[in-house]
Design a protein around this ligand. Structure first.
Ligand SMILES: Cc1ncc(COP(=O)(O)O)c(C=O)c1O
Length: 382
């Protein structure tokens, strides 16, 4: 059976990249490798739309988040984070772990934070130096308008830094780091970058780099002070994930060839096609502000998650994601992040219809598939 992966990370890896990563191993303190590293350093700036450095760390996305929390916050500085899902919550856990005084804005899952909520909190707590945001909250499929929030917050508090978890938004949503004045953004390799898990990419504005250089990280391995120093010499502090960095270079080339604006547009169209397809089946979307990376959908009354998921997997080789935290067993999540096209969207809709039918849900077979397909036919080729 052909395996079909529709999870919001890891995401499918293009065959050409798999082959490049399978080449004989090379040594990392060597010119061959340094050419790969330097090419990635250059191309990553295009991905993040920045002229500042993008640091490559070995570790999953969380390592990039941890590097920021442990290296950026100065003595006595306070932070705010948004708890509206599993990954927003992670900023809070990291701040607690590093004993940084912080404030939480709690949001109902599926509803994004607004600028005014953040501004009110900073007004009441002027020691807040940093806002930690999540651009695409993967547990709820919710998009936060970081462009407006950054602009509004900085208009009122010009010195406040905005740090963004872009782990599932980089590649799937418009993101212009310099133009939008964002101080740091982190992503992971196994998401929109279409390579296996194991790298975190951390883009940091030059002004924040200067701050980082003048203080000591609370982390040893994830110290951005060390990583920034090494980056300036086209090097890494420790042995990097060599094969992944080779894969990264080819993935960034694919993105360059397609054009970053086209990549964002493709994700918007694929996401919309799935939202329309599941709605046509009579299913209800979870988020009020949908992410273009992943679509969470309520399971209809009477459809059991375990049975539904097992049908997808055992009968059709399809892996999707379930709900997390309080929504375990209540929603399912379909990914359209990374290496996907029109055929993949039609395929996943066929799989969803087949599993719904097997679970006894009644609907007109083909209605979801037709909606997804028609929408993409009408809009994708324009
Ligand atoms: C938005 C977001 N933040 C953080 C993470 C954590 O990344 P990782 O599992 O790569 O450490 C994920 C992973 O799915 C994510 O989607």
């Amino acid at each position: 059976m052909k395996p079909r992966l529709f999870t919001p990370g890891p995401t499918p890896v293009p065959e050409t990249i798999q082959l490049m990563m399978a080449k004989p191993m090379i040594h990392h303190r060597n010119e061959d490798f340094q050419e790969y590293l330097s090419a990635c350093h250059g191309k990553l700036k295009y991905l993040f739309q920045t002229s500042s450095p993008v640091i490559i760390l070995t570790g999953s996305g969380t390592s990039g988040m941890e590097s920021l929390v442990s290296s950026v916050m100065g003595e006595g500085e306070e932070a705010v984070f948004i708890n509206g899902g599993k990954f927003g919550e992670r900023w809070g856990e990291l701040l607690t772990h590093y004993q940084i005084t912080h404030y939480e804005i709690t949001k109902q899952w599926g509803i994004p934070v607004s600028s005014s909520e953040i501004i009110d909190l900073i007004t009441k707590n002027p020691k807040i130096s940093t806002v930690f945001l999540t651009h695409s909250e993967t547990s709820t499929g919710t998009y936060t308008d970081i462009k407006s929030i950054t602009s509004d917050v900085k208009a009122k508090f010009p010195l406040v830094k905005v740090i963004v978890d872009g782990i599932t938004s980089v590649g799937s949503h418009e993101l212009r780091m310099d133009e939008w004045n964002i101080d740091a953004i982190v992503t992971g390799s196994q998401k929109g970058l279409m390579i296996p898990p194991g790298l975190a990419l951390v883009a940091i504005q030059n002004s924040l780099i200067e701050k980082i250089k003048n203080q000591k990280s609370k982390s040893y391995y994830l110290s951005l002070q060390e990583a920034v120093k090494a980056h300036s010499g086209n090097d890494t502090p420790w042995t990097p994930a060599v094969s992944l960095i080779i894969g990264l270079k080819y993935a960034l080339e694919m993105i360059e060839q397609e054009g970053i604006e086209n990549v964002w547009k493709r994700h918007q169209l694929l996401g919309e096609s799935i939202r329309r397809g599941v709605t046509a089946l009579g299913l209800k979307l979870f988020s009020t502000s949908p992410s273009n990376a992943v679509t969470p959908v309520y399971l209809p009354e009477g459809v059991d998650w375990k049975k539904f998921n097992s049908h997808l997997k055992k009968n059709d080789g399809i892996t999707i994601a379930g709900g997390q935290g309080p929504f375990t067993g209540k929603i399912f999540r379909l990914s359209h992040l990374g290496y996907y096209d029109i055929f993949d969207m039609v395929t996943i809709m066929v799989g969803i219809e087949r599993a719904l039918k097997a679970c006894g849900y009644s609907f007109k077979v083909g209605s979801g598939v037709a909606e997804t397909h028609n929408y993409l036919m009408e809009n994708m080729e324009k």
